[in-house]
Design a protein around this ligand. Structure first.
Ligand code: SAM
Ligand code: SF4
Ligand code: F3S
Length: 473
């Protein structure tokens, strides 16, 4: 049955993805690297920068880690579980290294930044530890490690944005791409490790963002997702201090590249998203009507302890404003259950907020205490694990209902779908995404990857809309 077969493309959990081999003569490279990425889209985008730096310095990419000369693991520290996954993976790499002693293993990204040189003591097999702002030094560090020394660079920078590096889209579908517009975060949410692993917020040169998007469009890409931990605080000032570019202005410039280039963005902080951004979304048909607006909790008391700087009422007012200006706006969120001191009453407030917002998509987690964060230093992680998990399950059950309702609301509608590729489950079907970021599956007909196709939605599963072509596009 189609429904049963085709609902798997909706897979947001990107864990441990490896790059595909670079399509060039494999003998052209002195050595080969393998890179595996964990965590958020920004980390995946960073791996593309790393690949670019390595290729520029004579290393070729491979997906065959058993035969790689260098294995890199680009890590995430956001929750304890993310770090446990990386440690397990390193154990597997250790076995290979025993067979191939000359091979080097490098830890990149947020866990490298959090643990620094301690990593080398804890994981004897690791040869390089490189933080997110130090990737330019990778070629030198590799040379150092090749002489048998352990190589570490975890310096955070106030201005590194890798603006001049053209990321290598090695594992790409050729249609959609991530474009980093800023790095770091200044927000200091009390539960979050990101300000410590990624450093201070800085915006990337607006022109370099626009150029990268233009190049992508010329290469056939049809969708860019502008990335930052807090995109609405994007703020670029040119060297002469004459030109200030806000996020709304940047998004407009990207939208003007071509009406055929779709624009998404992530993540918006509720305190920073402005009417200007909403008006710009309204003005350009190619900016998707979809906002990821993490709330984290529905209780003002908990939000205060989280240092989110808004109340439940303020968040609701923001959602109302979005719906007033863009009635057809898809909305998603992040939620945490069992944060320090969270009571059943606080939890019910989170559920009732979700009931109010009826998110199309929600990423839900139970609180995981992270060393060095404000919450770890100031509050007791006092909600028992089984309570955190039970609350999370209640939240997931509620959201499942909302997301199913959201999918069902689309049945009977016509959606504009950007074709991303052949469905994993049926070679006769394409899959793509609607404006609201929902996966849509339909029979191939004469269309091709990168086309926009109007699809009449006829049915749905929990994660996929199913339909047929409504008109030639
Ligand atoms: N910058 C974005 C924001 O402000 O929402 C996202 C940051 S983080 C990469 C993604 C999500 O992970 C957060 O929105 C939060 O829900 C979750 N998260 C962060 N720290 C966490 C922790 N210590 N325990 C559980 N979930 C956490
Ligand atoms: Fe973490 Fe808050 Fe920054 Fe998001 S805004 S990355 S949750 S500190
Ligand atoms: Fe993880 Fe670092 Fe992203 S902690 S979520 S990879 S910014």
């Amino acid at each position: 049955m189609l429904n049963a077969v085709l609902n798997k493309e909706h897979d947001e959990a990107r864990q441990g993805e490896a790059f595909a081999p670079f399509a060039a003569d494999p003998n052209a490279f002195k050595k080969h690297f393998y890179i595996e990425s964990y965590g958020c889209a920004m980390n995946f985008a960073d791996s593309e920068v790393v690949a670019s730096i390595l290729l520029e310095n004579g290393f070729g990419a491979t997906t065959d880690f058993e035969n790689a000369d260098l294995i890199f693991i680009n890590t995430c520290s956001i929750r304890e579980k993310a770090e446990i996954t990386v440690r397990k993976r390193l154990t597997e790499f250790r076995k290979i290294k025993k067979l191939r002693p000359g091979m080097l293993v490098g830890v990149l990204g947020c866990m490298a930044e959090r643990l620094k040189a301690k990593f080398l003591e804890e994981e004897k097999l690791v040869d390089l530890v490189v933080g997110p702002d130090a990737y330019r030094s990778l070629p030198g560090l590799i040379e150092e490690a090749e002489t048998g020394q352990k190589a570490v660079n975890v310096l955070l920078s106030r201005d590194e944005t890798y603006a001049d590096i053209a990321p290598i889209r090695l594992n790409s579908n050729g249609v959609t791409a991530f474009v980093s517009i800023m790095r770091g975060c200044n927000n200091m949410c009390s539960f979050c490790v990101v300000p410590f692993t990624r450093g201070r917020e800085r915006s990337r040169d607006a022109q370099s963002v626009i150029n990268e998007c233009k190049t992508l469009f010329e290469e056939g890409y049809r969708e860019v997702t502008l990335l930052g931990q807090n995109v609405d605080s994007y703020h670029w000032v040119d060297e002469q201090k004459e030109l200030v570019v806000t996020f709304a202005m940047l998004m407009e410039q990207v939208a003007l590249i071509s009406p055929l280039l779709r624009i998404r963005f992530s993540t918006s902080h509720p305190k920073d998203i402005t009417d200007d951004v909403l008006h710009t979304m309204l003005k350009y048909e190619n900016i998707c009507n979809y906002i990821h607006l993490p709330v984290q909790s529905g209780s003002t008391r908990v939000l205060q302890m989280m240092n989110r700087t808004y109340s439940r009422e303020w968040y609701i007012a923001k959602v109302n404003r979005i719906r007033e200006l863009i009635p057809d706006c898809g909305l998603s969120t992040d939620m945490i259950t069992g944060f320090c001191t969270e009571t059943e009453e606080d939890h019910r407030e989170s559920l009732s907020l979700m009931e109010y917002c009826k998110y199309d998509l929600a990423y839900m987690y139970y609180y995981s205490e992270r060393p060095g964060t404000r919450a770890e230093r100031r509050f007791e992680d006092d909600v028992p694990l089984e309570v955190k998990k039970r609350r999370l399950q209640e939240m997931i059950d509620l959201h499942r209902m909302h997301s199913m309702q959201s999918m069902q609301r689309d049945v009977g509608k016509i959606c504009k779908v950007l074709v991303e590729g052949t469905s994993k489950k049926s070679e006769h079907h394409f899959f793509g995404r609607s404006d609201h970021n929902k996966v849509v599956v339909f029979a191939k007909d004469n269309h091709k990857k990168g086309d926009y196709v109007f699809i009449h939605i006829t049915s749905c599963t929990a994660g996929t809309l199913i339909g047929s072509v409504a008109e030639k596009s």
